[in-house]
Design a protein around this ligand. Structure first.
Ligand code: TPP
Ligand code: MG
Length: 331
């Protein structure tokens, strides 16, 4: 692992990050309850435990930078500032959702905020992100594209084809993409060691002449420091860069992964000691920026916002049948 130059993060930003982490966690816990109650249909993948990665990277990016993400996309979307009610309504399949209820959990989009989506096909969005990065330079801007995907996607053909092009175009300074590998140690139920001949995933970008590194994905301050340096470098050079973040999901792979036979309770418990919320809370308490009363305040605020999002989703109408034919190509 390389170490970033320390970046000073102002106290107010650290507190804001703490609020965001708590809010995203409570939001996703609510989505799990809503799924069990039959309010959310289709599928549901939460990023509980992994939140520091999207928060750190999207905090380091500019508001006009764009990003692409896999189906584990709720936190990215919330962090980018999409209205939580619209996110919840999308999960509920309602008209007030980010995609009028047609996309659901795996396909959150908000193009006005540079969110080019949530994709259900593992690795399928990686070539799109590389193309978007090329387009951003071609259009003469200095915007960058962040592409988030899992360790499992590292073994998809799409990753290798896209990384090759990115390496090639990057030589000319024409591909400002940051590959952010969210290595949560498992595909659906297969560990990285069982699925990857070279388990050190960052190193595999060497094959395409893309500079790369690994970093801790649980401490948001560490993620942010790395992301700041990398995003700035990619913006300056127009060359791609890959960061493998080491993170962990505390929930199952998706809503149907009830028994998790591929890992032990002890392993999950060990990782819980490095819960990103816990790490930041500890840091804030040490610096005298947080106490029990403030924690309760944040919890109450987060819970209220989540319930407002649920109320919005509940009240939002079902899409009418005519919606089936709107916003689709061909036909
Ligand atoms: C092309 C393709 N193959 C298989 C699947 C089924 N599938 C859904 S998620 C998943 C595992 C992906 O793991 P990873 O990339 O590590 O992402 P994580 O779920 O851990 O965030 C698989 C195999 C799929 N959606 N698309
Ligand atoms: Mg994974």
């Amino acid at each position: 692992m390389q170490h970033a130059q320390p970046v000073t993060v102002p106290a107010e930003t650290l507190l804001e990050w703490y609020r965001t982490l708590v809010f995203c966690r409570r939001f996703e816990e609510q989505t799990e309850r809503s799924f069990r109650r039959g309010k959310i249909g289709g599928y549901l993948h939460v990023a509980i435990g992994q939140e520091a990665v999207p928060l750190g990277f999207l905090s380091a990016a500019r508001a006009d930078d764009v990003f692409f993400v896999s189906y584990r996309d709720h936190v990215h979307t919330l962090v980018r500032g999409t209205d939580p009610g619209a996110v919840m309504a999308e999960l509920y399949g309602k008209l007030g959702g980010t995609c009028k209820g047609k996309g659901g959990s795996m396909h959150l989009f908000d193009v006005s905020r540079g969110n080019y989506g949530g994709y259900g096909i593992v690795g399928g969005h990686i070539p799109l992100a590389v193309g978007a990065a090329y387009a951003l330079r071609y259009q003469g801007t200095d915007r960058v594209c962040l592409c988030f995907f899992g360790d499992g996607a590292m073994n998809s053909g799409a990753l290798h084809e896209a990384a090759n092009l990115a390496g090639l175009w990057g030589r000319e300074g024409l591909c400002p993409v940051v590959f952010v590998v969210e290595n949560n140690q498992y595909g659906m139920g297969t560990s990285v060691e069982r699925a990857s001949a070279v388990a050190e995933l960052a190193r595999r970008f060497d094959a395409y002449d893309i500079p790369n590194e690994r970093c801790d994905g649980m401490d948001v301050v560490v993620v942010y420091e790395v992301a700041r340096r990398v995003v700035d470098q990619v913006r300056r050079t127009g060359r791609p860069y890959a960061v493998e973040t080491i993170t962990y999901r505390f929930s199952g792979h998706g809503a149907a992964d009830l028994f998790q036979p591929y890992r032990t309770k002890e392993e999950v418990e060990r990782w819980r000691q490095r819960d990103p919320i816990l790490l930041l809370e500890r840091r804030l308490r040490q610096e005298g920026l947080l106490d029990d009363a403030r924690v309760r305040e944040v919890e109450a605020w987060a819970e209220q916002r989540v319930q407002e999002a649920v109320a919005f989703a509940e009240a939002s109408p079902e899409p009418p049948p005519e919606e089936l034919y709107r916003d689709v190509y061909g036909g």
